[in-house]
Design a protein. Structure first.
Length: 135
């Protein structure tokens, strides 16, 4: 039995405003991520700070964007994937710096891999439906 992504459908069946979410996530990556990362590398800092700071973004993505990934533009999907990748890279670095296994941070971000797989599937599907010229 696998874990399934929670799907929330808003009353009107409209997607939330993914652009707003992606901008907030990119701002988090640009501003807060380095601060949290350097803070957790200081003496007494915890590698879990980064996990705790990112978890609300992850939950919002799974619940708010998950059901609507197919409606997002490829540009938005790529921005989303890039920001997630940057957070996950930083998460691995802080756990390694704390002499913990790098995957431990991922283990505390339930559903992050499933979400990224879903983003990639939607992106790849978009690539495959372009009309092909017949020879």
């Amino acid at each position: 039995g696998g874990k399934h992504m929670t799907i929330h459908v808003s009353r009107h069946g409209e997607s939330p405003r993914p652009g707003d979410y992606v901008r907030r996530l990119e701002r988090f990556v640009a501003k807060d991520l380095n601060t949290i990362e350097s803070g957790s590398r200081q003496n007494g800092g915890s590698p879990y700070e980064i996990v705790d700071a990112f978890r609300p973004f992850l939950e919002e993505a799974k619940e708010g964007l998950g059901p609507y990934l197919g409606r997002l533009t490829p540009v938005t999907l790529r921005r989303l994937r890039k920001a997630f990748d940057q957070v996950l890279d930083a998460t691995e670095r802080v756990f390694v710096a704390a002499n913990e296994p790098p995957y431990l941070g991922l283990a505390h971000l339930a559903g992050v891999e499933d979400f990224l797989v879903a983003v990639n599937i939607v992106l790849n599907r978009g690539m495959n439906i372009r009309p092909r010229k017949c020879a």
